[in-house]
Write a protein that binds this ligand. Structure first.
Ligand code: ARG
Length: 577
């Protein structure tokens, strides 16, 4: 059930009947202020301008043809030509009842599913995952979950960095550890340390450095022993990643890994193709594309190197090969890249080149969904006290530790097993929600106290709202199975209306890739529930059985909506807290 969509269809039919040419936008939206109805049709003004007629008169004519029998109790022209709609409480209650008895909360799957490739997480395997990877991983995963729920075919692609010159150095280092009879797992237990160690080795020992360079050549040449070492390194590093995904409750699996190295064989083919098409040219021994489509202010074209002088390929070359694979082999209609805003120029160049070369035709949507940097409370990029990068695994452990402490203090009746399970959900939920609830494109400040608060727009607040409803059910001694929902008070009506707007939040989040839209929706829903809870008693002595049951049903619809919404964000709820 999508109210906005339903009203849009009705409004468009009325506009047509009122003599407005097809294609005019009805501009239906929920009303922002009280007293202006629940929804507004705002399209009369623009249509009147087109037709050069009086907007209020046109609005009145639209209303004449607008058939909202049963749906609305009042339809009114206001101001310069707004059409305000008051929805019928009886209709709203029918819709909520329907929602409650449907496993998908009455949210239909899309009629025309797309094949959506989602490029997210994509850490560099040479190093440990750090906080810099958290945003892509969390935001991308929420979109993967939602688009899948909507019925699209989602193909996750973890474009990990598993190729490049640093692997020569890492393999040479690994080889020495193995020769010293250390297992690879032990040697690579702390990837960050291992990386630093090998870098130091490389900088200080010319023999080692020479070997490392030699291994790069061998790796590229397909030397079996070097490839084996590389594979070993890769699989251990990937296992570290898996561990982080598991902790984070992220849906990426090993089969989603399609690293940079997967495109190696295609790179020379691709470069030849770009040269053949006249898109790339030889320039001082390198192959370069000059993009007039992306000229700067002085009129200089944007320059993209796709093959270096010595023959090496670049990040952009690999991304072009990946695009071609995604379109041709995976059949993508929509490709969503969740990558740091600092790579915007790179993405724009790749998109421009891909379009030019015909790797992605007009039917394929290429979308870079950029995000800002995670900052510390000091206003600088988030770092450890000593200025180092914060490892993702350690950050998540700290989140769980802090949350577990809060949970144990808040509810002393929980068993220690419950405390640790709830602490895990709250800690991870808090980190994820803090990120997802901020406008994606902005930088955001990572603040433990703010994200772990049980009040305000936080993960714990929403999880707690869910749990509170569950505890009401326990006190009520179960749930009515066949009750009629009746919306008597303002609070009940407002809650019901908001419950029915999940579809709209989902739609906006999935088209614009903006999880904060869903977060805001859930926060408002939880707040409306709290007002309802204050105003509409359920467990009071002597309360009318029907009223009580109706309110319990509304509570149940709220709990289900919160749980589904949070699930789309990859956040778990608990029966107790
Ligand atoms: N590995 C890259 C990094 O850590 C991110 C890759 C993003 N995806 C892509 N298709 N370029 O910066």
């Amino acid at each position: 059930m999508n109210i906005r969509q339903l009203l849009t269809e009705k409004a468009e039919a009325a506009m047509l009947a009122a003599g407005i040419p097809a294609g005019a936008n009805a501009s239906v939206a929920p009303s922002k202020k009280a007293g202006f109805g629940d929804y507004q049709i705002n399209g009369a003004m623009a249509a009147a301008k087109q037709l050069k007629t009086n907007p209020r008169e046109l609005a009145a004519r639209i209303v004449e043809y607008l058939d909202l029998t049963d749906i609305a109790t009042k339809v009114e022209v206001a101001g310069p030509g707004f059409i305000n709609i008051d929805l019928n409480p009886a209709w709203l209650s029918d819709q909520v009842t329907h929602l409650l008895h449907d496993a998908r909360l009455a949210l239909d799957k899309v009629a025309e599913p797309l094949k959506v490739v989602i490029d997210y997480s994509a850490p560099n395997l040479a190093k440990e995952m750090h906080v810099g990877h958290i945003r892509s991983t969390i935001i991308g995963d929420s979109l993967a979950r939602l688009l899948e729920f909507q019925g699209h075919k989602v193909i996750r692609q973890n474009h990990v960095g598993d190729w490049g010159t640093q692997f020569g150095m890492l393999i040479a280092e690994l080889e020495e550890h193995l020769a010293g009879n250390e297992s690879a797992n032990i040697a690579l237990k702390d990837l960050e340390k291992f990386y630093q160690q090998s870098k130091q080795h490389f900088d200080q020992d010319e023999n080692f450095a020479q070997k490392a360079r030699d291994y790069v050549v061998k790796l590229q040449g397909g030397d079996a022993r070097i490839l084996e070492l590389w594979q070993e390194f890769k699989s251990i590093s990937l296992a570290h990643g898996e561990e982080n995904y598991r902790k984070l409750n992220v849906t990426l699996t090993p089969k989603d890994v399609m690293g940079e190295s997967a495109y190696n064989d295609d790179l020379p083919v691709l470069v030849a193709d770009l040269v053949n098409k006249g898109i790339a040219v030889e320039d001082q021994g390198a192959k370069v594309a000059f993009l007039d489509e992306m000229k700067d202010k002085e009129g200089n074209p944007s320059v993209v190197i796709i093959q270096k002088q010595g023959g090496g390929f670049l990040y952009a070359t690999t991304d072009l090969a990946a695009m071609r694979h995604r379109v041709n082999t995976l059949g993508a209609n929509r490709i969503m890249y969740f990558i740091d805003a600092r790579q915007s120029l790179h993405m724009q160049q790749v998109f421009t080149l891909g379009r030019k070369a015909g790797y992605a035709g007009d039917a394929v949507s290429l979308e870079h969904h950029a995000f800002g940097t995670m900052m510390g409370t000091d206003g600088k990029p988030f770092k450890t006290r000593s200025g180092g990068t914060v490892k993702l695994a350690e950050l998540l452990d700290e989140a769980v530790e802090r949350a577990t402490k809060v949970v144990a203090e808040k509810n002393t009746e929980l068993s220690s097993q419950e405390v640790s399970e709830i602490g895990r959900k709250v800690g991870i939920g808090a980190v994820k929600y803090a990120d997802l609830s901020k406008t994606r494109t902005n930088d955001y400040v990572f603040n433990w106290d703010a994200m772990l608060a049980f009040e305000g727009n936080t993960g714990p607040y929403l999880q707690y709202a869910y749990t509170r409803i569950q505890s009401i059910f326990r006190k009520a001694g179960g749930l009515p199975t066949t009750a009629v929902i009746s919306l008597e008070t303002e609070q009940e009506k407002a809650l019901a209306l908001r419950l029915l707007q999940l579809a709209e939040a989902f739609e906006q989040m999935s088209t614009e890739a903006l999880p904060h839209v869903l977060c805001n929706y859930l926060y408002e829903l939880a707040s409306l529930y709290m007002s309802f809870y204050e105003a509409c008693p359920m467990l009071k002595e002597g309360i009318d059985e029907q009223v009580k049951n109706s309110r319990l049903m509304l509570s149940q619809a709220t709990a289900k909506t919160l749980a589904l919404g949070l699930d789309m964000l990859g956040i778990e709820v608990s029966e107790k807290m």
